[in-house]
Design a protein around this ligand. Structure first.
Ligand code: SF4
Length: 296
């Protein structure tokens, strides 16, 4: 989805952001997901991060339960000692972490569990049990003149590149659709993780990978310093837009105008569809719609 506004773009290039008193202005504390929410829809950002109390959300989504279950099972596989890291461990791991919310009925939930177990066993069979990643669900953080960025990367691998040890960002995907190299190239979240991982581990981190468990495919992109810097600049522009909107609202501007709706295909999947004037006309999805094909 394209960014919606860029009224503060020119400010992002300022190397150090100073307030009138000469003190640095407050950095914008964020995760890639928080920035992505605003880019997708400023109104959804407002409902998620600004309005208090948070407006009522719709019911939990089965696809989120599925994603969380598989991600936690993957994390726990790396907590096992190497001699116990084998595909046969998958049923115990997945059962222990299985999230039951959002499914139509027990039958659908069981069918989805069986598919997820297949994905996991196949994926784990391709891993070297002796290989310990640099980080598993590792929080990485970095500051710029605008951002105090932090985020939890699914996995950070250690590989040897042409100039020595490098870090690689790995993100697991469990969605229905296959992925292309463009998904890895265009992902701002992956680029921001790479940017932060470079700071944290003090070594290059240019490669980002999406591992699509349902198809066993990996799509990757090799960033350059320039492409990472471009993504960081875009993130800073988004942060400046958000800060400007928040300041305007604090000064009395209409919150509906400062955080406009961005109706589109995402509305059907939005937690706030029922409270949003634009979303309530979008066709409703059942909480299990995105996993229906797994039990067909
Ligand atoms: S329903 Fe659509 S327009 Fe409304 S907040 Fe959600 S994504 Fe934005």
């Amino acid at each position: 989805m394209p960014p919606t506004r860029s009224r503060a773009t020119s400010k992002a290039a300022v190397p150090e952001q100073l307030g009138f008193t000469g003190m640095p202005e407050k950095l914008f504390v964020c995760t890639p997901s928080k920035l992505g929410t605003y880019t997708d829809c400023p109104r959804r950002y407002r409902y998620s991060y600004v309005d208090r109390p948070t407006p009522p959300k719709g019911p939990p989504w089965a696809h989120n339960s599925l994603g969380a279950s598989v991600h936690t099972a993957m994390k726990n596989w790396y907590m096992l000692p190497p001699e116990r890291r084998e595909p046969g461990a998958a049923p115990t791991l997945l059962k222990a972490t299985w999230v039951r919310e959002g499914y139509r009925d027990v039958e659908q939930e069981r069918a989805t569990y069986r598919r997820a177990l297949d994905w996991l066993e196949t994926y784990l069979a391709g891993l070297d049990p002796e290989e310990q990643p640099l980080g598993v669900e590792r929080v990485v953080a970095a500051k710029t003149s605008v951002l105090a960025l932090n985020g939890r990367a699914d996995r950070i691998d250690e590989r040897t590149g042409p100039e020595g040890p490098e870090s690689v960002i790995v993100d697991y995907k469990t969605g229905r659709s296959g992925l292309s190299a463009d998904d890895a190239r265009g992902s701002q979240a992956l680029a921001l993780y790479a940017f932060a991982a470079q700071r944290v581990f003090r070594r290059p981190c240019r490669r980002v990978e999406l591992h699509h468990l349902p198809t066993g495919t990996v799509v990757a992109h090799e960033h350059t310093e320039e492409s990472l810097a471009r993504q960081v600049r875009r993130a800073e522009e988004t942060a400046l837009d958000i800060m400007a909107a928040e300041k305007a609202v604090a000064a009395g501007a209409d919150p509906d105008e400062e955080f406009p709706v961005n109706p589109g295909s995402l509305c059907g999947w939005c937690d706030f569809r029922k409270v949003c004037p634009a979303g309530s006309s979008a066709p409703a999805k059942d909480p299990w719609t995105a996993v229906e094909h797994l039990s067909a």
